[in-house]
Design a protein around this ligand. Structure first.
Ligand code: FAD
Length: 389
């Protein structure tokens, strides 16, 4: 069996490693358009369930990953001059580059052929029994067949930029600032010695008001360093590696596909689905997709059975994550609904932003309902009356 995996991100690398481990006789090749080590983005968060999924699929990779992860403790949420610390939260993070080195090294050892600087033309696919489109959110393989896949993208309104910072933020950091042009905030966390991810996000009015769309990279970084100086404590901000003179601010798009497979092409990871970065799940889902596809290929000899089985096994989990991600994204898009709440209520609702109810009723009504729900005797009296209506 010959399998070509287009894209050497987490999905493609983990898939190729697992395939070669379980089927040493398969010919497994990864084609990656970038040069080796040329990776977009800074660090990503991983949670215990993501690490568990990797370990379940390949214990040795799980151990190597656990050794490479940096743990952050607690969440530090600030709004203007108010600060709230949640000591309970914790998670892991890793540089995207380090994750890819780790997965590529293990895939290479297992006998996978990885070709860097090798862009696959979606109109001239290599001869293979199975082509895995693990080519990311902008997947050209998917786009040239988008009608068949039933691709839908829903853009969000806010602007964001994925920066690095030359400091280790040892807690997850949300800092909400009010500027003359409106609100602006960061999602920050440490992922390596003296390194953190520092995503800056804002409504389009703030972005326009601060001139972020037209200012140079150097001016933008200087402005953001000044605005976030209390949180950076003298550290510098680092632009995206390909920024050039003008950094490109992005809008996040939630991507879905009616089906993830067409003939012998299957979508994996971000090529199939995206989840807003505020729930930090895209990498985990990409790694789990890889394990799910390998399981399906092992169980079903026929591709025409294995590919639908893969999709059926993964869809429920992916769709649930996408629902959570959309609610989280909308919390940030509708920030003005929450910005004037008291600090305890504000942080409470930030942490509850995946709730299906929160976006549908006024925040204060939601808080009242929650307080009632926390008082079982009140609910006991109220429920029969509500049911009788
Ligand atoms: C701002 C931001 C923050 C994020 N933070 C987190 C986080 O904290 N935690 C988390 O779990 N996830 C996070 N994510 C999501 C995560 O980065 C992605 O979900 C994950 O990288 C998906 O992996 P992938 O392998 O599917 O795609 P990618 O990582 O995008 O890899 C695709 C690869 O395909 C290559 N490629 C593309 N086209 C071709 C072609 N034609 N030929 C050959 N190669 C090609 C690309 O060069 C790339 O290397 C974040 C995303 C963003 C935007």
């Amino acid at each position: 069996m010959k399998i070509v995996c287009v894209g050497g991100g987490p999905a493609g690398l983990f898939l190729s490693l697992l395939l070669k481990q379980r089927h040493p006789a398969y010919d497994v090749e990864v084609r990656e358009r970038s040069a080796e080590g040329d990776v977009q983005g800074w660090g990503v968060v991983l949670w215990q369930d993501g690490l568990d999924a990797v370990t379940a699929a390949d214990p040795a990779t799980g151990r190597a990953l656990a050794d490479a992860l940096h743990r952050w403790h607690g969440a530090r949420i600030s709004r203007r001059d108010d600060v709230w610390v949640d000591a309970g939260a914790s998670g892991f993070a890793i540089a995207r580059r380090e994750l890819q080195y780790l997965l590529a090294g293990r895939a290479h050892e297992a006998g996978v052929q990885i070709s860097y600087g090798s862009e696959v033309d979606p109109c001239d696919l290599p001869a293979a029994d199975l082509i895995v489109a693990a080519d990311g959110v902008g997947s050209r393989l998917r786009r040239t067949r988008s009608a068949g896949f039933g691709t839908q993208t829903v853009p969000s309104r806010n602007r964001y930029i994925w920066l690095g910072a030359t400091t280790y933020l040892d807690s997850f950091t949300f800092a909400f600032l009010h500027t003359d042009a409106g609100w602006l905030w960061c999602h920050g966390y440490g992922y390596g010695e003296d390194r953190s991810t520092f995503i800056v996000e804002c409504p389009v009015d703030t972005w326009e008001g601060l001139g972020l769309g037209s200012s140079t990279t150097a001016d933008t970084l200087a402005l953001l360093e000044r605005l976030f100086s209390d949180h950076l404590r003298g550290a510098r901000l680092l632009p995206p590696p390909d920024a050039g003179d003008r950094m490109q601010w992005l809008t996040f798009a939630t991507l879905t596909n009616r089906t993830w497979h067409q003939d012998n092409v299957v979508l994996l990871g971000d090529a199939a689905h995206t989840t807003h970065f505020s729930i930090g799940s895209g990498t985990k889902l990409a790694l789990e997709d890889a394990a799910g596809l390998v399981d399906a290929l092992q169980t079903h000899a026929e591709l025409s059975v294995a590919l639908p089985a893969f999709e059926a096994s993964r869809r429920p989990q992916v769709e649930q994550a996408q629902r959570h991600a959309v609610r989280s994204l909308q919390w940030f898009e509708n920030f003005s609904r929450y910005s004037d709440l008291t600090m305890p209520d504000f942080t409470d609702l930030l942490e509850r932003r995946r709730s299906s109810l929160l976006g549908r009723i006024p925040p204060r009504a939601y808080l009242r309902l929650r307080r009632l729900a926390d008082r079982p005797t009140t609910m006991k009296r109220l429920l029969p009356r509500l049911r009788a209506r």
